[in-house]
Design a protein around this ligand. Structure first.
Ligand SMILES: Cc1ncc(COP(=O)(O)O)c(C=O)c1O
Length: 384
């Protein structure tokens, strides 16, 4: 009864695994990709009062003008990026919807879309659901999971893709790019006829250098769709609110689809998003705590033989199982059954990443310490 297109898409590797996790008590979960904090109080309070004030209607398709204006001034102040709130910004139901709208707007059947791997689980599925063809650009731990410009150039020349999806800081590696590195990537992209979908949802969570939106590089704005939202930086996952910024024509196309399949993002979430952009201190406090956990977990994982590239953003790391010569699914299943620690097998993020696991450190330091004790014990038992 269902289309071949839908039948072909495998279920998310993460969800499959987490159904198993949810069925077990006393698990330490290093699996879920969401903040363990709750949204700042002033955001929740604003949402409550908005409801009390009776905000229960649709908004304009593009989203509330006040939110689009606040986003425009936020991007201008923080990154020097100028977007016209009238026609270059669309409020979406999370980056998830932004991604789908961007792909629907720019690709025709059989158009190729480059996905940098290891990748967020939704990218290949969304490309295929939109009848595009995925071309993977694989990165390696040896190169710190960063895009190799020569390889990028080779793939763009050979495959002639319509679009490329970039994501930094990255889910699942936590890797991000300095301005110099981004410039190198952009110098390759700028020479080709390709639209860049830049998923910067973790842009608020960076540890060393400030986040640089790709669109802020000279000449980039006209070819980049910037996707961002409130789920990660403000711990607002369940508000389901995000935004897309880009060239007027693309945003118009995305808005057209959005007006038919969603009408608009929920008004309470839009009002909450507007409030969120005023919460700097709360975001900084969360980032400070993520950094403390990052420092702990990366040091400990390397100590116990799970070689880990140091992440400079998001709340993930992607350790290698090479030393223990184990397949990641077997590793994750046994670790869950024997020590009650949940991690995500690397295969969920690309076929070549069987030898890795994703660890989310969006969990208390206390739990992370206990998890390391359990993982170390598990590895000793594996070795003996
Ligand atoms: C890279 C990436 N993009 C997008 C999303 C979804 O974001 P949203 O909650 O805004 O739909 C996630 C969620 O895990 C993600 O990791």
């Amino acid at each position: 009864m269902i289309s071949k297109r839908v039948e072909k898409i495998p279920p998310s590797g993460i969800r499959e695994f987490f159904d198993l996790v949810l069925s077990k008590p006393n698990i330490i979960s290093l699996g879920v990709g969401e903040p363990d904090f709750i949204a700042p109080w002033r955001v929740r309070e604003r949402a409550i009062t908005a409801l009390e004030e009776g905000f229960t209607s649709y908004t304009s398709n593009k989203g509330l003008k006040i939110l689009r204006r606040t986003i425009a001034s936020y991007l201008k102040k923080k990154y020097g990026l100028s977007y016209n709130p009238e026609n270059e910004i669309l409020i979406t139901v999370g980056v998830s919807q932004g991604l789908d709208l961007a792909l629907r707007t720019i690709i025709d059947p059989q158009d190729k879309v480059v996905v940098v791997s290891p990748h967020y689980v939704a990218y290949p599925a969304l490309v295929e659901l939109n009848l595009g063809k995925v071309v993977f650009l694989e990165t390696t731990s040896q190169e710190g999971f960063k895009v190799n410009s020569k390889e990028l150039h080779r793939i763009l020349k050979k495959e002639k893709p319509k679009a490329i999806i970039l994501n930094y800081p990255s889910n699942p590696t936590g890797v991000t790019y300095s301005k110099e590195e981004l410039k190198k990537i952009w110098s390759v992209l700028s020479k080709e006829d390709v639209v860049v979908i830049s998923d910067e949802i973790y842009g608020e969570i960076v540890y060393r250098e400030p986040h640089i939106p790709l669109a802020s590089l000279k000449g980039a704005k006209s070819k980049v769709i910037l996707l961002n939202g409130f789920s990660k930086g403000w711990a607002m996952t369940e508000f389901r609110i995000g935004y897309a910024c880009g060239p007027k024509k693309i945003i118009e196309g995305m808005t057209k689809i959005h007006s038919f399949n969603m009408l608009c993002a929920p008004i309470i979430s839009q009002i909450a998003g507007d409030e969120a952009l005023k919460c700097r201190g709360e975001v900084d406090a969360m980032v400070k705590e993520y950094r403390r956990r990052r420092d702990f977990i990366v040091k400990e994982l390397n100590r116990i033989g799970l070689a880990t590239v140091k992440p400079e953003g998001a709340f993930y790391c992607f350790p290698s199982l090479k030393k223990y010569k184990m397949d990641s699914l077997e590793f994750a299943k046994r670790l869950l059954l024997e020590e009650k620690v949940a991690v995500v097998p690397g295969k969920a993020f690309g076929a070549s990443y069987q030898g890795f696991i994703r660890i989310s450190y969006a969990n208390s330091l206390e739990n992370l310490k206990e998890a390391i004790i359990r993982i170390e014990r598990f590895l000793k038992n594996c070795g003996s």
